[in-house]
Write a protein that binds this ligand. Structure first.
Ligand code: ADP
Length: 495
């Protein structure tokens, strides 16, 4: 769709900003009336004051979710009814998708064209999970003939989801769509940096027919609203996407409270291994730049470590730098923008600090490295490339979550595998080669939850996403994710 800057500005003027929590089917202030400032990273200006939920608000939301669950207003209706309601919800998200995309861009600074694509994936995702509801069966075990042993999947009850800021609505859909499809009630906490789209769609959930109490949104800080959810004695399952540090805390909170089930999708430092026999090195360079600087590098499966074969290092780097120039930051509301701001001033400082660390560690800065568009008041960092990086350096080991690429050289396949696996993370690895045997061999040896061969995108609802090692456990998307919002029950019948 071709859209002009003027049209986007109009969308911005008309976008509806919801500032209150959504609990038991109603928007409401936080009980103590407290709010936090929502700053737009586009220009550093406060665009809203959002309800800052605390323990008491979380208690209300969890209690509403529990009551709805126990009454069976969602969990006990027919699968077809649940499916129809989720379809109606998806239709409302679709009907408002341009407004939602604009809110997403205002909230966290991603290019409007990317926001539109992502919101489309959101309503398609809700439909995907709606459609799956009555396709999941239980089992009858192969016992002796005098027994009938049924194994069925039941929802947990109350599912809490703590959402990150990099894909504010999409990460929420990854969690609430399968959780609702399975019959649970949900309490969602958006990141304090990016609550706008999730708060906006709460009323669509109600309009679509999701009963009061089944869909709740509690905006607030991680240390208050987030922690209260994770420590809550009446939350049955918590699903989290964010940093590994906070992921570890969530596990502790579970142990300190009611052993609520936990699934975590945490950080990544994903290797992108390019062999000289890749089918088209020019296209690989183009795709590498696109994947690396998408969302300003604020993506857990960004290809942040480029492992390049020594024989093609210089020529590939030249191409890569050329393609990366296309990602010089612009105002993300401009449809011509391919890389916008980073999410906050704090995140920008963190990224700039890592760039200084990279220089001090002796890596060669080949491109970028600076804050730009300072006059806008927003938070913009150039696409940045370091070469001659050693995998022991902090810029190769730590997740920067910004537009900073580390280029590491290798000579043999074994060396590439060793470097790729030398990480506390294990989310994703990319491999570029036209040798199928080599590709399959690498995919077996790389310790990651997903391996992308000759591709940078696995944006399909049918495949699981999640990590090995400190990238977390549990899977989002795919049928596996619905299963993770259920627990099995055995009914053993002596006939
Ligand atoms: P980042 O460092 O990229 O902002 P975080 O892991 O801090 O990522 O945040 C991801 C989500 O976790 C956000 O919704 C945030 O509010 C929440 N969060 C942060 N700290 C805590 C905490 N101590 N307990 C529960 N949730 C938290």
């Amino acid at each position: 769709m071709s859209l002009s800057f003027e049209e986007v500005k109009k969308l911005k003027e008309n976008a509806e900003i919801k500032t209150q929590a959504f609990i038991n089917g109603k928007y409401a202030d936080s009980l103590d009336g407290d709010t936090f400032d929502k700053v737009s990273p586009i220009d550093g200006k406060v665009i809203a004051k959002i309800a800052s939920c605390k323990q008491a608000d979380v208690d209300l939301a969890v209690s509403a979710a529990r009551q709805a669950y126990e009454k069976g207003v969602w969990s006990d209706i027919t699968p077809e009814q649940r499916k129809n309601i989720l379809y109606a919800f998806a239709n409302l998200v679709e009907a408002h998708h341009m407004e939602l995309a604009t809110l997403e861009t205002m909230d966290m600074g991603k290019p409007i064209s990317n926001s539109i694509g992502e919101i489309r994936r959101c309503f398609n995702g809700i439909r995907w999970f709606a459609e799956a509801i009555d396709k999941l069966y239980g089992a009858v075990a192969t016992t002796r003939p005098s027994i009938n042993a049924q194994i069925v999947r039941e929802p947990y009850g109350v599912v809490a989801a703590i959402i990150p800021w990099n894909y504010p609505l999409m990460m929420a859909v990854w969690k609430f769509a399968p959780a609702l499809a399975a019959g649970n009630s949900v309490v969602l906490k958006p990141a304090e940096q990016s609550p706008l789209t999730l708060l906006r769609i709460a009323e669509f959930a109600k309009q679509a027919g999701i009963p009061d109490g089944v869909f709740n949104v509690v905006p607030g800080y991680g240390e208050t609203a987030g922690q209260a959810l994770a420590l809550h004695m009446d939350v049955d399952k918590i699903t989290f996407t964010g940093s590994s540090e906070v992921g570890k805390l969530i596990m502790q909170y579970s142990g300190l409270s009611n052993m609520k089930r936990v699934s975590l999708e945490c950080g990544g430092k994903c290797p992108n291994i390019v062999f000289p026999d890749a089918y088209d090195l020019d296209d690989v360079a183009k795709q590498t730049a696109g994947a690396m600087f998408y969302n300003s590098g604020q993506v857990c499966d960004s290809p942040t470590r480029l492992l390049i074969h020594k024989s093609i290092k210089e020529s590939f780097l030249k191409k890569l730098i050329e393609y990366s120039k296309e990602y010089m930051p612009k105002n993300p509301l401009d449809p011509a923008c391919s890389m916008g701001s980073v999410v906050t001033g704090e995140q920008m400082e963190r990224i700039l600090n890592y760039i200084e660390i990279g220089k001090a560690e002796g890596a060669k800065l080949k491109m970028g490295g600076k804050q730009v568009l300072c006059e806008s008041g927003g938070y913009y960092v150039e696409p940045t490339i370091f070469s001659d990086v050693n995998n022991n350096m902090r810029i190769a080991q730590e997740e920067i979550f910004g537009p900073v690429l580390s280029v590491i050289e290798f000579e043999t396949e074994e060396e590439a595998i060793e470097i790729a696996n030398d990480s506390i993370y294990g989310l994703c690895a990319f491999v570029w080669t036209s040798d199928l045997k080599k590709a399959v061999s690498l995919s077996k040896k790389l310790k990651c939850g997903k391996i992308l061969i000759n591709s940078t995108g696995d944006g399909d609802w049918s495949v699981p996403h999640g990590g090995f090692k400190q990238s977390g456990f549990g899977r989002d998307k795919s049928i596996e994710s619905i299963e993770q919002y259920t627990q099995t029950k055995l009914t053993w019948i002596e006939l």
